[in-house]
Design a protein around this ligand. Sequence first.
Ligand SMILES: C[S@@+](CC[C@H](N)C(=O)[O-])C[C@H]1O[C@@H](n2cnc3c(N)ncnc32)[C@H](O)[C@@H]1O
Length: 264
Amino acid sequence: MNEEQRYFDKIAEGYRALDTGGTPVRRFSEVPSLLKHAQPLAGMAVLELACSDGFFSRLLRRAGAASVLAMDLSPEMIALARAAEAEAPLGIDYRIGSVLDMGVLGQFDLVFSPFVMSYARDRHELLAMAKALFANVRPGGRLLSMNDNPGLLPDSETGFAKYGKTKRITPPVQDGADLTVTWRVPDAAGRDRSLAFECRYFTREALEWALAEAGFADVRIRHPEVSPEGLAAHGEEYWRLFLQHPLLVFISARRPWTGPGSAS
Ligand SMILES: C[S@@+](CC[C@H](N)C(=O)[O-])C[C@H]1O[C@@H](n2cnc3c(N)ncnc32)[C@H](O)[C@@H]1O
């Protein structure tokens, strides 16, 4: 096991103890926005990369995906995902592995990568990741990446704790800058707990460059939404800061059709 795996295995202990799926940001924004942007899902073969405890894998399968293959670097994260699968089987195939050396696992209708590009060390590795994603999308298929917002406020901690997740970029704000992500979640006893981990910030220009260079077309970056339930539960004022300065974005892209007789 390498150092990176050990690092995320420790984070997995936090994922086991805390209901990250119940945080306002995940419940009222990430989930409904993902369900919207992932459509059409019915009958689709989905590959999810950096699936952690399988939270989104189960969501996509329940929302109609025909199959979900989900991979994560951390054996402990995959153990959590497999435990959930054993408890309520959905037929999801969870595997341990790195995006950077996964090769071609198949030709998927949809490759979903929640925050995986934030684990590239620099632009060179960002491009390697984008190429790895591309290799697993079938011609005509789609990539959907949930990503740290390249327009993130460098201090996305002040005022953000109420959403259940905060972020901070260590200056200078540039490609590869350290980005600290902190879940702020009540534990089973209702005490506020935090779980922090490090990843990296990339500019919009770098993300768009890497995806285009890898061969993707129609690269689009969209802000997340807040569901009507989220607005009803907390009110518009509560969400104002988040909607003005979202913690995340959705990046969609398409692998062009190739071969004789097909339009790209
Ligand atoms: C702390 S989690 C956050 C992302 C997670 N998808 C979520 O939204 O909750 C980061 C995950 O990315 C995984 N990861 C980091 N680098 C990876 C890589 N190169 N390949 C696959 N998984 C990776 C880690 O093992 C960890 O489970």
